[in-house]
Ligand binder design. Structure first.
Ligand SMILES: NC(=O)c1ccc[n+]([C@@H]2O[C@H](COP(=O)([O-])OP(=O)(O)OC[C@H]3O[C@@H](n4cnc5c(N)ncnc54)[C@H](OP(=O)(O)O)[C@@H]3O)[C@@H](O)[C@H]2O)c1
Length: 271
């Protein structure tokens, strides 16, 4: 089996660079799907309270406590006390005493509660309920504010990132602050595989188009969490660990970045 490379977080812990996303996997299918992913070789699983599949994900991981497990606090649970309670509910659904990584799902700047929510995550880490803490969908100003107001830098920021939306500025901010970039919708929700350049490179390498895209994430030092439903797709994506792209192939994918590539919500307006 190919070993999964890891990234070192700013708290010293190791994060597997390729993980398994579970958004839109139904609770009743989550345990079986997660077991397939572990069997194929994935060593990290991403879920969230709002995905309503933490129970199934927890069941699928019951015999695999070594797998890096990450979940997220949903927007309506923001606020210090509410977040502490929401985290306990996540742990109860997952059937665990702790998670490897706990994230704030969205900053929700209109609510203006993310600083106290971040203070709750710091408390949860101190209480041993989250081994590492981070954020998702945070903009530069949100990151700088929590660092300035609490003195604690998130271990990672999980953001929308795929060849059509490469987030170069935010990646530079992360590098500057010592934050790992984790790519959500790394395959552009599947659409990035239809691109001509990606197809051409898949032909040149003899690898699945999805693996070419995921390899691009890995060679840029990003952590990617593709979601897939079938063993066939789960295996195709895992092939990203078994080959390399040339500098020239990387440059051609770098050129696919575009100003209108965002597919998900804009963190500035989602509350
Ligand atoms: N923090 C956030 O706000 C946020 C937002 C969105 C997503 N996420 C996380 O990021 C994860 C990944 O994002 P995503 O699910 O939006 O999109 P994605 O991983 O970019 O793409 C998933 C889509 O691609 C298809 N696919 C995957 N592998 C394939 C293959 N080898 N061949 C053909 N089709 C393939 C899947 O179909 P099948 O299911 O049919 O295999 C699914 O439709 C989520 O599951 C979630 O954990 C986080």
């Amino acid at each position: 089996m190919t070993g999964t490379p890891t990234l070192t977080l700013n708290d010293g812990r190791a994060l597997p660079q390729l993980g398994f996303g579970t958004w839109q996997i139904e609770d009743e299918n989550a345990a079986d799907t997660v077991r397939i992913a572990i069997d194929v070789g994935y060593r990290m699983v991403d879920t969230a309270a709002v995905y309503q599949n933490e129970r199934g994900v927890g069941d699928g991981l019951r015999d695999s406590p070594e797998i890096f497990l990450q979940t997220k606090i949903w927007n309506e649970s923001q606020g210090y006390e509410r977040t502490l309670r929401a985290a306990d509910k996540c742990l109860a659904r997952l059937g665990r005493e702790d998670v490897d990584m706990l994230l704030i799902h969205w900053p929700c700047p209109g609510k203006d509660l993310f600083v106290e929510t971040w203070r709750a995550l710091i408390e949860l880490r101190e209480a041993g309920k989250a081994k590492s803490i981070g954020v998702s969908n945070f903009r530069e100003e949100d990151l700088r504010r929590i660092v300035e107001e609490t003195g604690v830098t998130p271990a990672l920021n999980q953001i929308e990132l795929h060849p059509g939306f490469q987030q170069r500025h935010l990646r530079e901010v992360h590098d500057d602050l010592g934050i790992v970039t984790q790519s959500w919708s790394p395959l552009g929700q599947g659409g990035a595989m239809d691109n001509d350049t990606i197809r051409a490179i898949a032909g040149e390498t003899g690898q699945p188009a999805s693996a070419v895209i995921l390899r691009w994430h890995l060679q840029h030092g990003l952590c990617a969490i593709p979601k897939a439903s079938s063993r066939e797709h789960i295996e195709a994506n895992f092939a990203a660990l078994s080959f390399e792209l040339s500098d020239e192939q990387m440059t051609r994918i770098d050129a696919l970045d575009g100003p209108d590539g965002r597919m998900g919500p804009d963190p500035s307006t989602l509350d």
